[in-house]
Write a protein that binds this ligand. Structure first.
Ligand code: ATP
Length: 417
């Protein structure tokens, strides 16, 4: 029997190991058993860093987390309805859940859950490699629980579901499967692949919110384009939108977006704007409502499609900088970045970049009060004058407060003529 006790100590920070050992002891005192489960167990076996600790107790997760919260200055959040808790302190966080089984009243519905054994809890999980646990109770500390062949599948580099109806119960697993396959460089196991293809239509049973969440997870990956390209190959991508494409063009743009955002990651909005870039206006609206995109992300998608229609104008080399400003001004920043990454014309790209790095910061120094003090009558036209002044700044006709004052005096002189 595999024991991961020493690997836990090697790979996880002492702070976490101590907490898990204390928690295992308290769970035992409360008459239950505690397990480390899911992705972190997979990553322990793969020797990959993962600090997302998910603990499952055969017993009562909230009681256990409350007892632990008494042992250190930590913040405790509980969800009595789900019988789960979260403990956070300093930079650490641990999730506690009560071992449970799930049953699905209908495809895609949220499951009905009831407390159960760790075996049943593991059986409700998505893939064998995510369905392993390590016992943390003192007398069985480190023992690997692998009822469904997860360790073998890790060795064979396979993504395998646990039962025939898995994708029907929860079609988000289709996206999850592609994500793990591409992240780990594994393959979907033959039977799993066949069932995945068969159950693609079940994606229609999933709410837009849940699909959006899957996309968010994909965009957190190192190379989301691999997942999207695989999704295209298998006919999954078109379920987002029938006109959606995930081919080489997209991969190049995603890579460029990452280069630009480094050391951070491109935002959800930017990735999504690139993914939806080749859709028309109406099609992008369909995507927005299907994914129930929140305001800011919807704006980025909308703006990026709208700005696309100005690219022809932006590709004229002799455009004045003030004109460039007024064409681009008002669009969401990620929409402008998406266009600059996507556009073919180098001149249009240059204009977009000049806007992003320079023009959007240009402002006249004088304000309305200054103009009045200089002799302009306080009237609505002052706004127009300020706009002219702004344009003069943008076009480099004035470069300092003194220049601006001189120009304003000229205008005042003309008024009096
Ligand atoms: P990641 O490395 O991407 O964070 P993870 O394995 O920790 O992966 P989470 O999404 O945090 O994934 O989920 C934690 C665990 O819960 C998974 O390992 C899996 O066992 C289970 N799980 C999550 N989503 C599902 C699902 N849709 N169906 C079945 N089991 C799931």
């Amino acid at each position: 029997m595999t024991n991961l006790g020493s690997r836990i100590e090697e790979q996880l920070p002492a702070e976490m190991v101590n907490l898990m050992q204390t928690a295992g002891g308290i769970a035992a005192e409360q008459g239950g058993s505690l397990y480390l489960v899911g992705g972190v167990v997979r990553d322990l076996l793969l020797e990959k860093a993962n600090l997302d600790l998910d603990l499952v107790v055969e017993g009562n997760a909230i009681e256990l987390a409350k007892r632990l919260a008494g042992t250190k200055p930590a913040r405790l959040t509980t969800h009595p309805h789900f019988n789960t808790a979260k403990l956070e302190w300093e930079k650490w966080g641990v999730d506690f859940a009560t071992a449970r089984s799930e049953s699905y009243a209908r495809a895609g519905a949220l499951p009905t859950v009831e407390p159960n054994s760790i075996e049943k809890d593991l059986f409700r999980r998505d893939f064998t490699i995510n369905a392993m646990a390590v016992c943390l109770s003192p007398e069985r500390y480190g023992e690997l629980i692998d009822r469904y062949g997860g360790q073998d599948d890790l060795e064979d580099r396979l993504i395998r579901i646990l039962h025939e109806k898995s994708f029907i119960d929860d079609a988000t697993r289709i996206w999850r499967g592609l994500r793990y396959e591409q992240r780990l460089g594994f393959q979907l196991e033959e039977g799993t692949l066949r069932l995945l293809k068969r159950d693609i239509p079940m994606l229609d049973t999933i709410s837009g919110d849940r699909i959006r969440y899957e996309l968010e997870c994909i965009f957190q990956e190192e190379e989301p384009e691999k997942v999207l390209s695989r999704a295209e190959e298998l006919g999954v991508l078109v379920r987002l939108h029938p006109e959606m494409k995930g081919n080489g063009w997209l991969a190049d743009r995603f890579q460029a977006a990452r280069k630009q955002a480094a050391p951070g990651l491109p935002s959800f909005g930017l990735y999504l704007a690139l993914l939806s870039y080749r859709l028309g206006e109406e099609e992008s609206e369909q995507l927005i409502s299907y994914l129930r995109l929140p305001g800011p992300a919807a704006r980025v998608v909308r703006d990026s499609i709208a700005l696309k229609s100005s690219l022809r104008t932006l590709s004229y080399p002799e455009l004045k900088r003030s004109r460039v400003y007024h064409i681009i001004h008002g669009y969401a920043q990620s929409a402008i970045t998406a266009n600059s990454l996507a556009v073919g014309s180098p001149i249009a790209r240059q204009h977009l970049e000049i806007f992003l790095h320079e023009l959007r910061y240009v402002k006249p120094t004088l304000n309305g009060n200054d103009l009045i003090e200089m002799g302009f009558p306080p009237c609505p036209q002052i706004k127009e004058v300020l706009k002219l002044l702004h344009n003069a700044r943008l076009d480099g006709r004035v470069n300092s407060k003194a220049d601006e004052e001189e120009l304003v005096k000229e205008w005042l002189g003309e008024e009096q003529l």
